[in-house]
Design a binder for this molecule. Structure first.
Ligand code: NAD
Length: 517
């Protein structure tokens, strides 16, 4: 164990979560399969090897699907509130293990310990939400046109839900899917990101204990590991009716095509290019806090990170100065140390993309006002720590149109009415999160109107990141159109059936059609 890991209690956390030096990466619950090639998980915090995970073979994948298919038969007929009770117990286990799991998230992924704890809190929140929902999986009744007939719609479980997740929310995204899918009567097979496989092992162990304690069969919660090739086992598999995939737009386009070709359902949560509009009526202090947290929190590696600030020309210089001052106070370093604001990027490939983005914005005519750079020396040995940067740019630049998963913020100036700012905000391919900072009711309402923001999330006087689980989460356009988490997002995990019952002795046909024998 490295010095950092020892000083911040990582060893104890790993022990509590049952993480070993080498871990089997394939599981149907209590049954873990040996697998093949190992994925080594290095911490971006200090570059140390945390542990290894074996990848899933095709033969093991077949065993997982067989086990999940068998489990579905009994899980789907268990009353939904009883399934909710299992999810409640899972939420209790997460409460008990919040600190070690939050630490593992922070150490394996690189987000701050506070954000790691926040991610586990989101898991607990979605469990609470799902428990209540398990008593309200409601359908709809409607009046039949035929006398003595009753008509209604009901929802049934789908079957196996395949979950493919990204590195930046290595535990929460799985739980958003799985807590809802479980109460809906589905069973889940999860492929975590190959960049954060240990988080997957820890979660699977927590879930497996709850299922085993309740004498439930293997296969309700399954784990597979590996890169995109293992993900493809699921996207190509017609026994997996729904694939929920979170990650880059590049990945989403491939997954949508593969799942679509077999007419499966996909739920896509892809990249964003999120903006905050700052109007002349904005509260500048709130704007700066929201923009800085949005741009540098999780080192700019949230799907909802603020990438563009669209500022009215009349307050542009004032906002620019306040941002430069705020960036001057940022402390970059070990994310487990609560004195630091910004931790590392996930790996050195991400650092290379960050460097390329800064070179590109300059080449396209941008003006860097807070210079970036890769940090070196004591505490930065992993090579993953970068300085958050700000560049003045134009929305038409190719690099501004692109999601760079790093702390690079682009300042864009607008003049005239708020409509002009909304056009800039909507003028990208992605449609995840958006915000307006204004105390002007008319501007706020225009931003939220039919002709306003085209994103799945539109906030007023709040930044772009940090959604709550109660609302449906997701985005439009190249963000993929999927919705997860709160509201009626559960419906995607179920199939809808329309039922008509005739309680007469006649057989009238719909639309008054006559067919006499
Ligand atoms: P990524 O696309 O590289 O990988 C995501 C997952 O997809 C991984 O598990 C990977 O193994 C798998 N994968 C890749 N290609 C695949 C294929 N062809 N078939 C099946 N599986 C495949 O993304 P990443 O770098 O881990 O995460 C960052 C991206 O995720 C960003 O674009 C970010 O905006 C996005 N993201 C979106 C949301 C959202 O809710 N909209 C949430 C988190 C992250």
């Amino acid at each position: 164990m490295s010095n950092v890991a020892t000083s911040f209690g990582i060893e104890e956390a790993l022990q509590e979560l049952g993480i070993n030096e080498t871990n089997h990466g394939t599981s149907t619950g209590s049954n873990w399969m040996p697998g093949t090639d190992e994925i080594a998980s290095y911490s971006p915090v200090d570059g140390a090897l945390i542990g290894k995970v074996t990848t899933t073979t095709k033969d093991e994948y077949e065993q997982v699907i067989a086990s999940a298919s068998e489990a579905f038969k009994s899980w789907r007929v268990m009353p939904a509130p009883q399934r909710g009770e299992i999810v409640r117990q899972f939420g209790e286990e997460l409460r008990r293990l919040k600190e070690p799991l939050g630490k593992l998230v922070s150490y394996e992924m690189g987000k701050s310990y506070q954000e790691g704890l926040g991610e586990v809190q989101e898991m607990i929140d979605i469990c609470d939400f799902a428990v209540g929902l398990s008593r309200q999986l409601h359908g709809l009744t409607m009046h039949s046109e035929r006398p003595g007939h009753r008509m209604y719609e009901q929802y049934h479980p789908l079957g196996i839900v395949g979950i493919i997740s990204a590195f930046n929310f290595p535990v929460a995204v799985w739980s958003w899917n799985t807590a809802l899918a479980w109460i809906c009567g589905d069973v889940c097979v999860w492929k975590p990101s190959e960049k954060a496989p240990l988080c997957g092992i820890a979660c699977q162990k927590i879930a497996a204990k709850v299922f085993a304690d309740n004498n439930l069969p293997e296969g309700i919660s399954c784990l597979i590991n590996g890169d995109y090739k293992v993900g493809e086992y699921m996207t190509q598999d017609k026994r997996v009716p729904l694939v929920s995939a979170t990650g880059s737009t590049r990945m989403g386009k491939i997954v949508a095509k593969t799942v679509g070709e077999r007419l499966g359902k996909s739920l896509l949560e892809l990249g964003g290019n999120n903006a905050i509009i700052v109007t002349p009526d904005a509260d500048i202090k709130m704007t700066v806090i929201g923009a800085v947290f949005g741009a540098v929190g999780t080192a700019g590696q949230r799907c909802t990170s603020t990438r563009r600030l669209i500022i009215h020309e009349s307050i542009y210089d004032q906002v620019k100065k306040a941002l430069v001052d705020a960036y001057g106070q940022l402390r970059i370093g070990n994310p487990l140390d609560e004195n630091n604001h910004v931790g590392p990027l996930i790996d050195t490939d991400a650092v290379a993309m960050y460097n390329q983005a800064l070179e590109k914005v300059v080449a396209e005519g941008g003006n860097i006002i807070v210079p970036g750079g890769v940090l070196e020396g004591e505490g930065y040995e992993s090579g993953c720590y970068v300085k958050p940067a700000i560049a003045e740019a134009n929305n038409s630049y190719e690099i501004v149109q692109h999601e760079t998963f790093a702390p690079v913020l682009y300042l864009l100036k607008y003049s005239g009415d708020v409509e002009n700012a909304i056009d800039v905000q909507n003028g990208v391919a992605q449609g995840l999160s958006s915000a307006i900072m204004t105390n002007n009711l008319r501007e706020a309402e225009r931003f939220l109107s039919h002709a306003g923001s085209d994103c799945g999330i539109a906030n007023v006087n709040i930044g772009t990141s940090g959604a709550e689980i109660g609302g449906a989460f997701g985005g439009e356009k190249e963000t993929g159109g999927g919705r997860e988490s709160g509201s009626d997002a559960w419906k995607v995990y179920m199939r809808r059936q329309t039922n008509t019952i005739n309680y007469t002795t006649e057989l009238p046909l719909a639309q008054g059609i006559k067919f006499d024998l």
